[in-house]
Design a protein around this ligand. Structure first.
Ligand code: PMT
Length: 402
């Protein structure tokens, strides 16, 4: 994800320095080139050799080191950086940058660079909440510097509160996100995800195997491309992607109503959920009891649920509506029928009997059919990559409309 990107990691003196080593390793795994600048205080906590070994690059520690090649070190670092990430960032370094100090290699490189500069603050909670610290951060935010919010927890000093450096995995996610083109900025995307459940009585319900992964990954990708995202989700165990509004529903009728709340204001509706087509005609208000005879049977009459995609597909005006088709046979034929009937711009058809496709897996195997008759079959790919493919296609349609 970060291939070809030069990340200068500024490491300043706080106990969270130990997490910065993990951060280097994670950035390297994303194929970034990482060069570390350590302040004197950081070197009190960890030897530069740790970062040299993790980054496979020499560690920069001073303005006045003897150099083998003749280039002005702080200027060449400042020029080559695609991003300068300071993690952990102490109150001291943040204050220096806010006031234009350039008294060590890191602050000098920051002053000399046009790259995106991002801080992951790490400090005692009283220091973090100190109005001076808050004012320094606000000043830098207004100037376009990025901040990765620290976590709340028990700090190394024994206090409890905000100030714990964000986890390396979250920092890497932020860095990746910062390089994604915000081509969907200003667009509102509504995504249905997961199964719906239809109750039989207070303790039982019918449902299906959808995990919600496909829909949540679409939401995450759309958010990172700058869209305002609403996921209308049936019950899942997934964590909401950061910055995405999740509306929780249970039944297909509830999903129908929730889509209705957002449909008029949305630009793209993606129907990746697997809503139940039927619900029991009557829901017992008490637990259904079995009878003590061998011939005991339970017959439940099911009635049709609303078809959300059919309703909104045919109601659309400016919206792009994208459907999914979960099939076990005749994939293309059935998907084409749904595309036409539900007035989709395109449909993503998956044969849910194939290994690596459909429900629960992290991958999918799909054929995308559009309303101009174009059919494209894709090899197995992660649902994350598929989300990009789907949104690329939606973006092109939007672009051609405007
Ligand atoms: O959630 P995961 O575990 O990641 O699995 C992903 C998935 C298999 C659920 C997803 O890839 C998928 O195929 N979703 C559509 C499932 C489905 O309900 O397909 P369908 O062929 O029955 O319905 C066709 C379209 O109409 C779908 O866009 C569906 O959301 C929509 N529909 C269906 C019934 C209904 N009552 N209302 C609807 O809007």
């Amino acid at each position: 994800m970060l291939k070809g990107k030069n990340i200068i990691l500024g490491v300043t003196g706080g106990i969270a320095v130990y997490k910065a080593a993990d951060l280097v390793s994670r950035l390297k795994k994303q194929n970034a080139n990482v060069e570390v600048i350590m302040t004197d205080a950081a070197m009190e906590f960890v030897n530069p050799l740790t970062f040299q070994t993790m980054s496979n690059n020499p560690v920069h520690t001073s303005m006045f080191n003897k150099i083998d090649k003749f280039d002005v070190e702080h200027i060449s670092l400042a020029k080559k950086a695609d991003m300068i990430l300071v993690a952990p960032a102490t109150a001291n370094t943040i204050a220096k940058v806010a006031h234009g100090f350039a008294d060590n290699l890191l602050t000098t490189v920051i002053m000399a660079s046009h790259a995106k500069i991002v801080f992951a603050p790490a400090m005692n909670t009283e220091m973090y909440n100190n109005p001076i610290q808050q004012e320094n951060m606000n000043k830098l935010k207004k100037l376009g510097y990025g901040f990765i919010q620290p976590g709340v927890g028990l700090l190394a000093c024994g206090d409890y509160g905000a100030g714990k450096m964000a986890e390396p995995a979250d920092i890497v996610e932020y860095v990746i996100d910062a390089f994604v083109e915000k081509d969907l900025k200003g667009k509102k995307i509504v995504i249905t995800a997961g199964p719906t459940i239809e109750p039989l009585d207070p303790v039982r319900y019918i449902t299906n195997h959808s995990s919600g992964k496909m829909g949540y990954l679409l939401g995450k990708e759309a958010k990172s491309r700058g869209a305002e995202v609403v996921i209308i989700s049936g019950p899942t165990s997934l964590e909401a992607p950061k910055g995405v509004q999740v509306v929780h529903v249970n039944t297909t009728q509830e999903m129908f109503d929730a889509v209705g709340e957002h449909f008029d204001s949305c630009d793209i509706l993606i129907k990746s959920a697997a809503p139940a087509d039927y619900r029991p005609e009557n829901i017992s208000s008490t637990k259904i009891k079995k009878k003590d005879n061998k011939e005991d049977e339970l017959n439940i009459k099911f009635v049709r649920n609303p078809d959300i995609a059919l309703h909104y597909g045919n109601k659309k005006n400016k919206q792009i509506v994208i459907g999914f088709a979960a099939e076990t046979d005749n994939l293309v034929e059935y998907a084409k029928n749904k595309l036409e009937k539900k007035n989709f711009d395109f449909i993503v058809a998956n044969d849910v009997t194939k290994e690596g496709a459909g429900f629960k897996s992290d991958t999918n195997i799909v054929t995308i059919i559009d309303n101009k008759g174009e059919i494209e079959s894709y090899p197995i790919m992660t649902k994350s990559k598929l989300s990009k493919t789907i949104l690329d296609k939606a973006y092109l349609i939007l672009k051609n409309k405007s």
